[in-house]
Ligand binder design. Sequence first.
Ligand SMILES: [Zn+2]
Length: 352
Amino acid sequence: MDIADEVSWREHLADLIYMVIPPGEPKTRNRTQINFRCPFCGDSKKSFTKKRGFYYIPNESYHCFNCEINTSGLKLLKQMAPESVYSDALREFKAFRIRNLASSGSFRRQEEAEDIDRSLIQCRPIPAWKHLLDDPDKWEHPSALTPEQILYLEKRGVADKAFNFLSIRNKKDNIPFILIPWEYAGQCIFYQLHNYTGAEKYPKYLFPHSIDLNDQEKPVFNIDVVDPSWKYIIACEGVYDALSYKNGVSLGGRVLTEYQGKLLRERWPHHQIVAAFDNDQDGRKSMIKMCKDGRSNAKFLDIFPMFEHFNVKDANEFIQLGEKANSVLQDKKFLEKCMKSPFEMQVGLLLG
Ligand SMILES: [Zn+2]
């Protein structure tokens, strides 16, 4: 089938989800919602008519009012559908994203982007990697991820969250990179290249300024993928950590720049920023510094979660421990329990 636009993709995904609800179980569907028994927790054991799972068609998201799980439409389908149905849907979705990118340079519906005050980004060239493509001697046109790259992302536990990642190859040395778009309001406004094969000639990550093609101000990675109903945004150093957390974003380093602070405040004025840098001495010092600096010019910044109980370097290393670890970093209650004030953190550092 040919999925022409995002609306038809959403309808298609909703049809699939509706179709795989086990026969005989109660279900209802209207224009925006599908309501049925939660496939994750099994819903009520006493009542077989209770259905507390809600799939929201327009935002492709699922919530259960029994077990409180929040997840995406594709993950829900993965849980419910036979493997072949899920993998077909995944392939259709990827193809759709690539077509969508090729035609407009943006990943999401235009109407969605119109809701947001774009004044901060008007001067940004879109799509941001246009500059790369202006240099056809050096870089090939971006294309879909290769099987090898997908395998790599699977190993890091983020393959299903990396739908808009692409592949790009440097022509001169024939080295492949993973191209990671940074979007704001559905538009790609920045990017980074990941030297995932560890080619010696290049640093691990290349940003537009390090490729020396332009000097755009660095925005915030994953800023669109924030759950509005949970008031925290977890600010990480790297993109893989950001993808590992619920409401994770990446600053592309250990500093929250003024520009990034402005973007976050503008896009999510009621959210609280939580610093979650690497689980080492330097990371902790940077978090305290960020909170101190942040508080003078941005009231929203003051607490952060910690991995004191886990012997891992960062969130992405943590989720590679398995499915259980993965779900822990999506668990709002767990994350909130781990958060600390900068003061508590400083005392902890002094003591030990
Ligand atoms: Zn449930």
